[in-house]
Design a protein around this ligand. Structure first.
Ligand code: NAP
Ligand code: GCO
Length: 266
């Protein structure tokens, strides 16, 4: 039965930075598909918030504080997960930050911080998890890319550089480890309603919609912001046996933004 190919029964999935938002939705989808859920976040408050949220949904998730930019902390966490769960079958590099600053006003330190979390960390975490996947004879790595893996815009130079690099890291992991039955793909969400994009959707003092909100809705053929639920099916597909011959691909879940030149002004 074809639907069995989408099952994650018996699989252990680690979604980084998954206390809320896109990571939380993806982890929830993986649970519903049968996986055991592991996550981490940057501080105990967020981990506790995540544990409570998963529990509310009846998900017995395992979570700890782990800064994904800290190679020693990641290595220790992976060792603990291997001892506790027998290793990781599915990794989602979801943890991320954004700093919206005009490039010429951005310090090198601020630029480096975004690159560290959004690009160096997926390298660090993938490097830590791949040896175990090779031993298992299979593995799925999903990197959460972005519209900014393909497009630029004002004030997001570091984020775009990181997410563009993450697209190529995805292709390189595919190239280097595909022979070990490891598939590494990306998901490129469009503009999704989460805390990270809340500043772009804030109501104006006069009660009108944020100009960026109006702009993005006009640039999206679906004429709406994405919801984290829109990412759940694509993530299960890329985490499951249904995508065993899909490798090095970035699946854009953007309501059509990348396909659309934009509405002709009236
Ligand atoms: P988010 O705020 O980016 O969530 C990311 C999570 O990762 C937060 O819990 C964050 O903690 C955590 N984190 C940050 N640095 C970390 C570190 N060093 N170690 C461990 N955890 C860390 O919210 P999101 O919108 O759900 O985004 C999730 C992913 O999707 C990100 O990679 C983002 O770039 C990407 N994305 C988002 C959109 C969108 O429209 N929302 C679209 C495309 C791609 P803090 O809360 O302390 O920051
Ligand atoms: C921004 C937004 C975007 C989204 C997402 C789009 O400031 O342009 O934060 O970067 O987060 O990455 O795919």
């Amino acid at each position: 039965m074809i639907l069995e190919h989408f099952s994650l029964k018996g699989k252990v999935a680690w979604v980084t930075g998954a206390s809320y938002g896109i990571g939380f939705a993806i982890a929830t989808a993986f649970h519903e598909a049968g996986a055991t859920i592991v996550f981490n976040d940057i501080n105990q408050e967020l981990v506790d918030k995540g544990l409570a949220s998963y529990k509310e949904k009846g998900i017995d998730a395992y979570g700890e504080v782990c800064d994904v930019t800290d190679e020693a902390a990641v290595s220790n966490y992976v060792q603990k997960l291997e001892e506790k769960f027998g290793g990781i079958d599915i990794l989602v590099n979801n943890a991320g930050i954004i700093r919206r600053i005009p490039m010429c006003e951005m310090s090198a330190e601020e630029f480096r911080k975004v690159i560290d979390v959004d690009l160096n960390a997926p390298f660090i975490v993938s490097k830590a998890v791949i040896p175990g996947m090779i031993k298992k004879g299979h593995g799925k790595i999903i990197n959460i890319c972005s519209m900014m893996s393909e497009l630029g815009r004002e004030t997001v130079s570091a984020y775009a550089a990181a997410k563009g690099g993450l697209k190529m890291l995805t292709r390189n992991i595919c190239s280097e480890y595909g022979e070990y039955n490891i598939q590494c793909n990306g998901i490129g969400p469009g503009y999704i309603a989460t805390p990270q994009t809340a500043p772009l959707r804030e109501r104006q003092p006069d009660g009108s919609r944020h100009p960026f909100d109006q702009f993005i809705v006009s640039k999206t053929p679906a004429a709406r912001w994405g919801d984290t639920a829109d990412l759940m099916g694509p993530a299960v597909f890329l985490a499951s046996d249904a995508s065993n011959f899909v490798n090095g691909h970035v699946l854009y879940v953007d309501g059509g933004i990348l396909a659309y030149i934009g509405k002709q002004p009236k």
